[in-house]
Design a protein around this ligand. Structure first.
Ligand SMILES: [Mg+2]
Length: 207
């Protein structure tokens, strides 16, 4: 049976400038106030940041796992009040018989907060794999995907990953997953088997 793997931010819920600004502000505040790192977040772009974020944070938090955990929980405690209810998505997920998982670079708390806000039942999902569970590996890193697959005993050839960040799809494609990019604008030269403008459109077309 095919397993459906969902990213959270900008995939299960659509892009929100308010949520992104809160994330960026929290990262900047934490690094400045606790580690004296001045991180300029003007024009912060998750996709660009994702390419360097892992190595950047690995350097800052070398040998400081406890502090990194605190940082991760702090930056993911964002205000999700701007997200709109999505009963259509809740319906879609409810009628699909597949095993479903959430695979996120954020935290379980951010998942729970977001799902509650958009009215999607958390019981649709068999598992939530977050940044803590990955051992602070980001989804640009193949090891993050391997740890996710190992935790749930999944065969990548039987997984479909839905994700808005094309860089996160590369390791998944290399491992053999089917990859779906959720993007408002079609992209070229990326590791996506399919592209759709929204998650409901993708689920409608594929299942
Ligand atoms: Mg995302």
């Amino acid at each position: 049976m095919t397993s459906l793997i969902f990213d959270l931010d900008n995939t299960l819920y659509p892009r929100s400038p308010e949520v992104e600004a809160d994330f960026a502000g929290r990262i900047k505040n934490y690094l400045k106030n606790n580690l004296s790192v001045d991180f300029d977040h003007s024009g912060f772009d998750w996709e660009k940041a994702s390419l360097n974020m892992g190595a950047f944070l690995d350097r800052i938090f070398l040998g400081k796992d406890k502090e990194r955990r605190k940082f991760t929980h702090y930056i993911c405690d964002v205000d999700v009040g701007s997200l709109q209810p999505d009963p259509q998505l809740d319906n879609h997920l409810g009628r699909l018989p597949h095993d479903k998982y959430i695979f996120t670079d954020s935290t379980v708390k951010h998942v729970t907060d977001s799902l509650n806000q958009i009215g999607v039942d958390q019981r649709h999902f068999k598992g939530i794999f977050d940044h803590i569970a990955s051992g602070f590996r980001f989804k640009t890193d193949r090891l993050c995907h391997q740890r996710f697959l190992e935790k749930y005993g999944l065969n990548p050839e039987e997984c479909v990953l839905f994700e808005d960040n094309p860089h996160n799809l590369c390791p998944a494609a290399e491992l053999g997953m089917t990859t779906v990019l959720i993007t408002a604008v079609p992209r070229q030269n990326i590791a996506a088997d399919y592209q759709f403008p929204g998650l409901c459109t993708a689920l409608d077309a594929m299942f």
